[in-house]
Design a protein around this ligand. Structure first.
Ligand code: BTN
Length: 243
């Protein structure tokens, strides 16, 4: 098949591991799944923590030509995750720009895409995903109210089945992304846009602005209507909150 799946009981971070393998020339389709990560990473330098076995944490190595625009990649991965889970009968999923997966308005998981330059004029991307399968015993009341786990909605889901479904959908989405770019996926992403029309605050390099959340453009930038006019923001170093 297109994937070469490797499973470890524990590692620091599947993203970190695959970044190293990417630099050493591992091919597209390499997948690393870990039961436990000791230094799981989230966006903006945050940690991704989960009790051993309570979440599906894995990364996929994928290569693109150097000229490919990658801004919309993590949004595209979100679409693949929602498609896969919908196929398994899970409803009430939405996407919180730029890269969180929500279930019933609470965080189910997130995507972390990292890029290294390849040696043959290509770019290697490491696409990491963490999805809560079970409620984490470490979640206190506050966290419990803002996080969701898959088994709350559907019992008997196995990690293997969820992984297989996501990889299958990723193949389809990555193919469209590589051929046509994010522009071909933006409408599909909009169908799951959690914050559309909400009053939001957006923080970028320490500067907080308020406005009404709009849609996304063909590169995956979020449009926010503020008193000073329309902002277009890339996902990179931005945090978005509902007010
Ligand atoms: C986020 O919510 O900010 C993104 C979380 C991404 C977590 C996944 S778990 C597998 C992969 N390895 C990591 O260290 N991070 C990603």
């Amino acid at each position: 098949g297109r994937f070469d799946v490797d499973h470890v009981t524990s590692c620091d971070s599947t993203n970190t591991q695959l970044l190293t393998r990417a630099e050493r020339g591992s091919g597209a389709g390499t997948v690393l799944v870990a039961d436990q990560q000791t230094a799981g990473r989230g966006r903006r330098g945050r940690q991704w923590q989960s009790a051993p076995g309570s979440s599906l944490t894995f990364s996929l190595l994928w290569r693109f030509p150097r000229e490919q625009r990658l801004e919309g990649l993590s949004l595209s991965v979100g679409i693949a995750i929602v498609h896969a889970l919908s196929d398994m009968g899970i409803r009430e999923l939405s996407l919180k720009w730029p890269n969180d997966i929500w279930l019933m308005g609470r965080k189910l998981g997130g995507v972390l895409v990292e890029v290294v330059h390849g040696t043959h004029g290509d770019m290697a991307t490491v696409i990491g995903m963490g999805l809560n399968l079970q409620r984490n015993p470490d979640w206190d009341e506050n966290l419990g109210a803002s996080y969701a786990a898959l088994v709350e909605l559907k019992e008997g889901l196995t990690r293997e089945a969820v992984l297989a479904a996501i990889l299958r959908e990723l193949l389809a989405v990555l193919d469209v992304f590589a051929r046509e770019g994010f522009a071909a996926l933006a409408d599909e992403w909009m169908r799951y846009h959690a914050m559309f029309g909400s009053e939001v605050s957006i923080e970028q390099s320490g500067l907080v602005r308020h406005g009404r959340c709009g849609g996304i453009d063909a590169l995956g930038r979020l449009e926010v209507e503020t008193a000073e006019g329309k902002l277009r923001v890339f996902g990179g170093e931005v945090s978005l909150r509902r007010r």
